[in-house]
Design a protein around this ligand. Structure first.
Ligand code: ATP
Ligand code: MG
Length: 360
């Protein structure tokens, strides 16, 4: 019936814990989206890079791993981390090398209240909380520069140097302004801690004022990160697009996810805006060892991340349809425990697949 089919090669890295469960669910949903659309075709290849394989082999990513990923149109990631491997080893063994070597310097984290779900904030109506957080994803506090030593006193001394570059700040700032410009409210809030951190954060301020001149139609304001947590909690309706450093945006996006109902619904995209390398899509939650293996993980963050991947691949209409199906399901009450429901991962997955069958 359809003579034109777009074929996309997707690498999947399920990782650990519920990462495996939600990746499996997301692949099923993507396959159903493809077959229902009739015009999209996905070819998946799975990469078993996890804490389990690390403990056996001593590495997360094999030597030729990154080169292999470069042949794909996109990477879909579950979660990494397990109690028997220190968190900084798993993060620096898998997640950060992927983001860095694939030049994914932008992390996009949208948050809003999906139909049939609610915010823990009293008086917060669905339209009040509709944000997209743009996180600097390549430098700053996560530059990995520093060391440990023993000072003359004999007690340990550690440095953790944040590296901020003008190039790095400018490219994330432009991406944030462009994101804000495309959204209905055209509003950008820039977050720093430039009262206390007087070098890197002040450079953020300087670059912000420069770049702002090129986007006169975007309404802007500036916040310190501590005051920002208060504003997000008390006046969610006053913000739209938010840009912040690697660490600040990491913290603010966990808060954003919680305020929108659950950490289990929030998606994220690690983008190389130059499109020279594949971008990578993953829910913001971790491997959740406390609920792993129970079949109760919320797959909505994984599905929303899949929708963002489909959008990045250029299939806007399919992405919108997938989001609509997800919201039909949350609206119908088929929700996992974290959203106040009693459905399993499997039941939510089947419900979204059933909606997709009717969507095209
Ligand atoms: P990371 O260091 O990778 O960010 P984390 O240690 O911050 O991970 P998560 O693994 O995200 O933590 O889990 C935090 C809490 O949220 C846990 O209680 C977990 O069960 C819950 N949680 C996380 N993801 C989901 C999900 N998809 N569905 C339901 N609950 C979840
Ligand atoms: Mg976390």
């Amino acid at each position: 019936i359809h003579d034109v089919q777009e074929i996309y090669k997707i690498a999947t890295i399920p990782g650990d814990g519920i990462g495996v469960e939600i990746t499996e669910a997301a692949v099923r949903v993507l396959q159903k989206l493809a077959s229902s659309s009739g015009t999209i075709h996905f070819e998946f290849e799975n990469f078993d890079w996890s804490s389990k394989t690390y403990l056996k082999k001593g590495y997360y990513i094999p030597p030729d791993g990154i080169d292999k990923l470069k042949n794909f149109d996109a990477v879909y990631f579950g979660a990494v981390g397990w109690p028997n491997v220190p968190d900084h080893i798993s993060l620096w063994g898998l997640m950060l090398p992927l983001r860095n070597s694939l030049q994914q310097y932008v992390n996009v984290r949208p948050t809003r209240i999906l139909r049939g779900t609610s915010s823990p904030l009293r008086n917060c109506k669905p339209g009040d909380l509709d944000w997209v957080i743009i996180r600097e994803n390549s430098e700053g506090e996560y530059s990995g520069h520093g060391g440990t030593t023993h000072a003359a006193s004999g007690s340990a001394v550690a440095t953790e140097v944040s590296i901020f570059t003008q190039v790095g700040i400018e490219r994330i700032m432009r991406f944030a302004f462009e994101t804000a410009q495309k959204r209905p409210r055209k509003k950008l809030t820039m977050v720093t801690k430039s009262n206390a951190q007087r070098h890197g954060m002040v450079l953020w301020d300087t670059v912000y004022h420069e770049v702002k001149k090129d986007y006169p139609d975007v309404e802007t304001d500036k916040m310190l990160v501590d005051a920002m947590t208060v504003r997000m909690t008390l006046h969610p309706e006053t913000m739209d697009t938010i840009v912040a450093t690697n660490l600040h945006a990491d913290i603010l996006s966990d808060l954003a996810a919680a305020l929108s109902g659950s950490i289990g619904i929030a998606p994220s995209s690690n983008l190389d805006p130059t499109r020279r390398n594949p971008s990578m899509f993953e829910p913001i939650h971790g491997s959740a060892p406390d609920i792993a293996g129970k079949g109760i993980a919320n797959p909505v963050g994984a599905f929303w991340s899949a929708a963002e991947m489909v959008r990045w691949l250029g299939q806007e209409d399919a992405a919108d349809k997938l989001m609509e199906c997800i919201e039909k399901v949350t609206e119908s009450g088929t929700k996992t425990k974290d959203l106040g429901g009693s459905s399993t991962t499997e039941q939510v997955t089947v419900a979204v697949c059933n909606e997709l069958e009717k969507a095209f």
